[in-house]
Design a protein around this ligand. Sequence first.
Ligand SMILES: *[C@@H]1O[C@H](CO)[C@@H](O)[C@H](O)[C@H]1NC(C)=O
Ligand SMILES: *[C@@H]1O[C@H](CO)[C@@H](O)[C@H](O)[C@H]1NC(C)=O
Ligand SMILES: *[C@@H]1O[C@H](CO)[C@@H](O)[C@H](O)[C@H]1NC(C)=O
Length: 463
Amino acid sequence: MSLLGALLLLALAGSASAWHHDGAVGVGAGAAAAGFGRVAGGERRYRDLAQRRLESVRSSFGARRDLATSSAAARVYHVTDYGADPTGAADATDAINKAIADAFRPPSNATMTGGIPDLGGAEIHLDGGTYLIKGPLTLPASGGGNFKIHSGSLRASDDFPTDRYLIELMATSSTRSFDYEFATLRDLFLDCNQRGGGVAVANSLRVGVDNCYVAHFATDGVAVRGGHETFIRNTFLGQHMTAGKDPGERSFTGRASGSTATTTRSPTGANAITGVHCYNKAAGFGGVGIYLKVPGNTQTWITNCYMDYTGIVAEDPVLLHVSGSFFLGDANVVFKAVNGVAKAVQVVGNIFNGRDKGVDIVQLDGKFGTVEQVYVQQNGAMGMTVKSTAARASADGNGTSWTVDFAPVLLFPDRIGHVQYSLVTGDVFPSHTLQNVSGNQVVVATDKAVSATVHVLVDQNSD
Ligand SMILES: *[C@@H]1O[C@H](CO)[C@@H](O)[C@H](O)[C@H]1NC(C)=O
Ligand SMILES: *[C@@H]1O[C@H](CO)[C@@H](O)[C@H](O)[C@H]1NC(C)=O
Ligand SMILES: *[C@@H]1O[C@H](CO)[C@@H](O)[C@H](O)[C@H]1NC(C)=O
């Protein structure tokens, strides 16, 4: 199946409660749009800025951006043209939402998937400014595809609603299955001011969050629910901004990103998380970097990420791949049992660096009854305990019984699916047998006392 053909179910970290406000989203958006026209000061500022831009077009004839702006057909919406204050002093919510509303006026009748209006590559350009916003930038419920929001900073005001996100791709009361497609959020600094979250993406297709820095979120850095193919890449997510000595870094409450299943959706899913740096030190102080709340149908691959003191939690991982990532500060991977199923899981080729506290690189939370095709292997660790689903070891001695204890290294307790052993005795030929494999210990016995070395390979999968 092509990548685009797969349904993406990357979504919300944490609790379902973060989504309780779903029903209020449309109301908030409507209020913001309606409020704009009444801001007389904003209109004057808009006229002034428009005048200045016109002068700038004249004086810098040929500059690409200004030419684009001066063309009636251009689809670049500069938020400063709408009166947004790029110094971050005055509230810019209404102005930016007005720019978004204009960008969402479709230039043609062309549509994308399921009738989503094609916005023709519209850009909502933040003009390199910093904007104070008192409410979320909520994309119009009319939906839209093929657009970008880029190049600037957003900062939540002190009264920003704590249950919302700075940028929300969430349309309520929509009859479509999907509302936004090929939306790109790029080169943005989102400062949530310890209120609410950074970006929420719901029921959207092919959304890219690229080269963003989401800081000071109290709920989620990036929350995704439903939809297909959400790519979060080359992005920094951190509740506290620190180079390592922030006194507030222990009092985190948020999660960088996470995922939840929407049971109304197709049972297929596909989430890629790559090149993400999670660094709120949550693992050291009890929290989570990436939470995959799609038990039994995870369908997520996490590659090339830097889990900086923040771990990964996956509920009943099924079809999960974690590789090529670096875990620092005792950050690890936790499989959390819901129905106790772990299947088609690969945690391979990662490196872990801990603080000699005996933390396991992969850890179980709860009991797993079904373990099939689970490969936790070839990870490297310093200062942490390597756990694996396959192991090999030897025992030597003189006698009739050899015990090889795999309990310290095997991930699942009391589970050995396959054993292979060889008994090396030189020129003696005793009868021998595999006597016991309980408690992750392998016992090999001979019928007479011999001096021997026993080599054993075990695997925990039951397939
Ligand atoms: C869009 O469709 C409407 C209704 O069919 C039609 O009247 C209008 O001319 C179309 N607009 C463009 C830009 O094609
Ligand atoms: C092994 O044990 C037996 C009986 O205790 C003894 O006769 C034999 O010498 C031992 N062999 C070695 C290599 O220690
Ligand atoms: C295997 O070892 C366990 C633990 O020592 C023991 O309870 C069990 O009876 C043994 N099984 C057999 C078949 O010897």
